[in-house]
Design a protein around this ligand. Structure first.
Ligand code: GLN
Length: 543
């Protein structure tokens, strides 16, 4: 049976709880344990799929088609374990299941209550399918004290009692702020946060303390004393220059050693962190730098393109260069000449997106990349923009558009497909259906044209990538586009849906219908990103 590690947060949000959890997962894995990470999110949305990236950051999509919290991306990138639908649940989902069961008469007339019915549903979710694991790490979203988080904290408190002694550990992440005027670190917020946790019956075993300055021994002892933990279990988590330092640094501070000790494990093999050390040394000692313009809509929120910025960095690791990202709001290109912003970049990437706003600017950026022969990478909506640009400028289809942008367009080069095949099942989506979970979601295979640029990049002719979109390239126009130089080089296995398009007569011009950034990992950079950055390096030698 899996041992459970619960990770909670206190004091403030945004302390990097997801990253800390992911790093702990990586450390346990580096010691040879089988791990999986899960996230329990207290908000009432059934899943983050309908939440704006401006509000919630990126929506991370799993192979099995779940729209999940972006922390699952951290988990995957750090452990290499593919996340699943069952690794993320929200209050919204828990409550809708409990209420549906109540409507079916599933509670046999009993009064349905938060305790035990909601907490039972949470516990059931947390524990499902964990038999083949050594450790299950469960992160609770939000911070202790949030009203909506209470049922989750109650559920993990109960689990600690339900399971045999020594099966669970509680890790609490807090902030130890540095007060400039006093020149001191302050432990009081941590004390209060732990007090809050203990008031609901949870005694943390380990405190991970985020701090901008080293925490002196005396302060560590003070935290230990007031929070009822051993001093060795107060782990300083200093700000790091790169997130990839987290596993090695946390290990140096004794994080994984103390967590294992909570379970009575004192003789675990030391973790092999050489691959992480290698990543860190590459990040710190790049041999050059390339500039990539990311032309998108949600650029004001750092987390809305989290996997994308990570994947670009991984592409840099594969080429020993630092990737400098210029995040450019595409609307800029609707006002000024695009050239001024793109003149000195070595690659242009148009990422995924939704809706009409900013699309004219994205199309202008594609045009610049195509005409000036700057490496171009279009992802999902970015592919759609490339197709629209090519239709208008190469194939002279005036006002060609996506029906997402102009329902009445004379040339719908991108349109809504109402059905497609997944495995041997036909999936349907309705034009006026619910917004939640109605997209083509999750992993689909694609067949690559032998000899094409993408087939070379992947070194394969069959691939699997993750999707999240409603619209598709309209095959009524692909023949014409191919004649003008934008060719389909990857198809769905039934040859009905174009998955990849490229311009062979261009140094690097590839648009993909899926989201390759979701599968890139620091220890295994995605081939498309490695190749795109390689092309940018070549471009940097030209300009
Ligand atoms: N808006 C487009 C669609 O729904 C693209 C989505 C995306 O880029 N993820 O098809």
């Amino acid at each position: 049976m899996a041992r459970l590690i619960f990770i909670t947060g206190g004091v403030v949000s945004s302390l990097g709880k997801g990253l800390a959890s992911a790093a702990l997962g990586a450390l346990l894995q580096a010691r040879g344990y089988r791990v999986r990470l899960r996230k329990l999110d207290p908000y009432l949305n059934v899943d983050p799929g309908t939440m704006s990236p401006f509000q919630h950051g990126e929506v991370y999509v799993t192979d099995d088609g779940a729209e999940t919290d972006l922390d699952l991306g951290h988990y995957e990138r750090f452990t290499g374990v593919a996340a699943k639908q069952s690794d993320n649940v929200t209050s919204g989902r828990i409550y809708s299941e409990v209420i549906a069961k109540e409507r079916r008469g599933g509670y046999l007339g009993r009064t349905v209550q938060v305790i035990p019915h909601v907490t039972d549903a949470i516990k059931e979710f947390a524990m499902a399918g964990t038999d083949d694991l050594d450790f299950l790490l469960v992160e609770i979203g939000g911070t202790v004290g949030d009203i909506e988080g209470l049922p989750f904290f109650e559920a993990i408190r109960q689990l600690h009692n339900d399971l045999p002694r020594g099966q669970t550990a509680f890790v609490h992440l807090t902030l130890v702020p540095y007060i400039e005027a006093a020149g001191e670190l302050k432990t009081k917020p941590t004390q209060h946060s732990v007090k809050e946790l203990r008031a609901i019956g949870i005694q943390p075993d380990i405190l991970l303390c985020r701090a901008s300055h080293p925490i002196p021994e005396d302060e560590r002892k003070k935290i230990a004393l007031f929070c009822n933990v051993r001093p060795e279990c107060v782990i300083p988590a200093m700000d790091l220059s790169t997130i990839y330092e987290a596993p090695a640094e946390y290990h140096r501070q004794g994080f994984d050693t103390e967590v294992l000790r909570v379970f009575g494990i004192n003789d675990a093999p030391m973790p092999d962190l050489s691959r992480w050390d290698d990543v860190v040394s590459k990040v710190k000692n790049p041999e050059g730098e390339v500039r990539i313009a990311v032309v998108g809509k949600y650029i004001s929120v750092k987390d809305s393109y989290k996997s994308l910025s990570e994947a670009l960095t991984h592409g840099g690791l594969a080429n020993n260069v630092k990737v400098h990202m210029d995040w450019i709001d595409s609307e800029i290109f609707e006002r000024d000449d695009a050239a001024a912003f793109l003149e000195n970049v070595h690659g242009i990437l148009v990422p995924g997106g939704f809706g009409e706003r900013g699309t004219r600017g994205k199309i202008a950026a594609v045009k610049f990349a195509r005409e000036r022969k700057v490496p171009f990478f279009g992802i999902c909506y970015g592919l759609h923009m490339a197709v629209i640009e090519a239709a208008r400028d190469m194939a002279a289809l005036d006002n060609a558009n996506s029906t997402e942008i102009d329902k009445e367009t004379k040339h719908p080069v991108i349109g809504l497909m109402t059905e497609w095949v997944k495995g041997n099942r036909v999936e349907k989506r309705a034009e006026d259906g619910d917004m939640g979970g109605t997209m083509r979601l999750g992993a689909y295979t694609a067949a690559l044209t032998p000899g094409s640029h993408v087939a070379q990049v992947y070194g394969a002719t069959e691939i699997s990538e993750r999707h999240r979109h409603r619209y598709e390239v309209n095959t009524e126009y692909t023949g014409l586009l191919e004649k003008h130089g934008l060719v389909v080089s990857g198809w769905s296995p039934d040859h009905r849906l174009p998955e990849i398009m490229e311009i062979p007569d261009h140094p690097w011009f590839i648009g993909v219908q899926f989201h390759p950034e979701l599968k890139s990992r620091p220890l295994e950079p995605h081939p498309l990103f490695s190749s795109f950055i390689e092309a940018a390096v070549a471009q940097s030698r030209l300009v």
